[in-house]
Each structure stands twice: as C-alpha cells, then as structure tokens.
Write a protein that binds this ligand. Structure first.
Ligand code: SF4
Length: 366
C-alpha cells in the first residue's frame, strides 16, 4: 500500500523534440554535441538561458547565425507559460503557470525596496493534505521537473523586467512539499545558484517543509543546499496531527530531533513558520510550547496570521493575541517576526489561484 511520503514518478520526455530550457551545462553540452557542434557551445547556451534569460533562439547573439537557425529547427526552448496574473494592492503579483502537459501551478512575485522575493511551487498539487491549505485539498498530481521549477523563476523575472544585479530571494512555499521532490528540487537549485547563470546565492534560497523527516535528513547531506524552514503550525501532537497529517508519521519529538541534528553553517538558523489560527494555535500555552520547541536548535520564528479562504473554516486571531504571542517568544530569547501573507486580496494562500483557474477560463497575460 502506498505511504504518504512515496513519490509519484515524475513524467519525463513528453516532447518529441529536445527542449533546452531547464538543462544544466552537462545536458546542454550533450545536446549540442549530438548536433555535431563543439561541446563548449553548451556553456554559451547556458549563459544565454540563465544569465541573459533569453527565451528565443534568435536572441542568442553569442552563437553563429547558422547554429541559431539549426537550433530553431531542431530544439525547443519551451518554459512554463504565465496564463493568469493577479496583481495585489500590496505590490505582489500572483501568477498561474501552464506546463507542457496543460497542468497548472502558481508562483508569487513580491517586490521589496532592496530585493524581490519569488514564491515557487515544487509539485502539481500536494500529497500532504494539510487541512488549512487549498493545495492540500487537490491531492498530489505529479512532481515538477527541474526545468519547470527554474522556468517559474525565468518567467516571473522576465514578465516583471527584472534588472540583472537586483537581489532575488527564492522561497519554496507555493504548491507542493519541496522535500517530497528533492531530486528535481536540487537539480533546479544547482542551475539557479550557478554563478554563470542566475547566480542566486544559496543563502537566498529557502525550502519550507511540512515536516518530512526523511527529506530533512537527505537535505542535510548536501554540501551545498538551500536554507531550511519548517511549517510548524501547532505545538501539540494532537493539534498538529489534526491539521497536518504528516505529524502522524513523524511527530514533534521526531521533528525536533531531526532539526537538532541538521548540520547548520555558522550563523544559520532554521525558520519556524507558525500559522496562527484563531482558537486553534494561538493560546499562551501554544506560545510557551513553541518557545520550548524552538530552543532545541538555532531557530527564528515567523508568526503568520491565517489568510482566510472560502471553505477553510479558519480565521486569523485578533491583533492583541498576535502581539502577546510575539512578546512571549521575544522574552524567551527567540528572534521573532510577524509575516502577513502578501496578496491577500488576490487569493493569496497557495493553491487558490490555480483552483480558481480550474473553474474559470484563464486570461492570457504574456
Ligand atoms: S501546506 Fe504545503 S505541505 Fe501542506 S498541503 Fe499545502 S502545499 Fe502541501
């Protein structure tokens, strides 16, 4: 019988023609070698794809015209396409991406004064079934490929005309449990962080897990890896198991032990994301248990008042309750911040835009 954490097999090779988008340097070298070209041209294509973010072969001015014509005829350059965008009053924009097989995922572009943060999806749907999450209600459909993960970044940066040199943060907090798709996630991470490409520093990439201990242990074994966040959301096993079924497999004690064993670099902290659900996870006792959990390893706490959506049955707490919890955690010596989900006026919780898009004809935006 399949277990909760068993991976669905990712689909591969859907296109008859090879697709260069999303390939790493080795893959691009193999591709051009198969065309009878010198392998080093693969490095030129890598820089064009990921540093310049070119999306049409005719833009590859570093290649000869003859090679561009040949690539145009024989090799696809196909990224996920933005098929729906909703701009929020707070400046963020939520995008729905259509993939080659017609499935959709979503990402969010969040500009700040000194940087831009992109929230990315790692799977179509999600197997984890968190009760407060719109994506969790879809179930798992399939893993994203590395190309589909990188493609969300390229598509959003191009859509918003992102200038080279402006810092980019990536957070895997969109659709899916990223550690449930670790192989493709790490392949994408290698491309995203490559200094010859998008050059996003590893410390600017954060993977948020629902508590998949086997994935946390695997992630800790990579010498170069993203930072880790845990979507905690409850402080007793009874509460957590009720809203996050993964807790029935790995309870709070197993999670704390895995996080305490996770190898951190100097100054690195594990982020604990704690969604505040009115009357469910916002009591002073919750605050004290959260502090006790967080003190077992270097941690910082993000309190996230719930972003209500139709059918969820949950509400955010009052501001006074949020302030009291914040004070309690600070007094316990923990770095703590309150994070509002951006895009609350445009179906801000992960999975909502795609779920809405399935019942409404999407509007083409690019
Ligand atoms: S909160 Fe994250 S892990 Fe849980 S169901 Fe939603 S997408 Fe999956």
């Amino acid at each position: 019988m399949p277990q909760l954490w068993d991976l669905p097999a990712p689909e591969a090779g859907r296109a008859a023609r090879p697709n260069a988008a999303g390939l790493d340097t080795a893959g691009l070298k193999a591709l051009v070698s198969a065309l009878g070209e010198p392998a080093w041209r693969g490095g030129q294509i890598f820089e064009g794809l990921y540093r310049q973010r070119w999306t049409r072969w005719e833009q590859f001015s570093s290649l000869s015209k003859a090679l561009r014509t040949r690539l145009e005829a024989e090799v696809d350059l196909s990224w996920p396409t933005i098929v729906q965008s909703q701009a929020s009053e707070d400046g963020s924009t939520k995008h729905a991406f259509e993939l080659a097989d017609g499935k959709q995922v979503e990402g969010v572009y969040m500009p700040y004064d000194d940087r831009v943060t992109l929230c990315l999806s790692s799977q179509v749907g999600c197997a984890m079934g968190c009760t407060f999450c719109a994506t969790g209600q879809m179930g798992i459909i399939r893993n994203l490929t590395a190309a589909e993960i990188v493609g969300q970044v390229v598509a959003m940066l191009n859509h918003h005309g992102h200038p080279e040199g402006r810092p980019v943060n990536l957070v895997f907090m969109g659709m899916g449990e990223p550690l449930h798709n670790l192989d493709h996630l790490m392949a994408a991470f290698a491309i995203l962080s490559d200094p010859k490409g998008l050059a996003i520093p590893p410390r600017r990439v954060t993977v948020s897990t629902s508590g998949l201990v086997s994935g946390i242990e695997r992630l800790g074994g990579f010498p170069k890896r993203p930072r880790l966040a845990l979507s905690l959301n409850a402080t007793t096993d009874a509460h957590r198991s009720a809203i996050m079924p993964v807790n029935r497999v790995w309870n709070l004690e197993a999670l704390a032990a895995a996080l305490a064993a996770f190898p951190l670099q100097s100054g690195e902290r594990i982020t604990l994301e704690y969604v505040l659900l009115k009357g469910v996870t916002d009591s002073p006792e919750d605050g004290r248990r959260l502090a006790a959990f967080a003190r077992r390893f270097p941690a910082k706490v993000n309190l996230i008042p719930f972003n209500p959506h139709e059918g969820s049955g949950f509400q955010p707490p009052e501001e006074s309750r949020i302030a009291a919890l914040c004070r309690l955690l600070s007094e316990a010596g923990l770095p703590v911040s309150v994070r509002r989900s951006r895009g609350q006026d445009v179906a801000g919780a992960c999975g909502q835009l795609v779920r809405e898009g399935q019942t409404r004809k999407p509007k083409a935006e690019n």
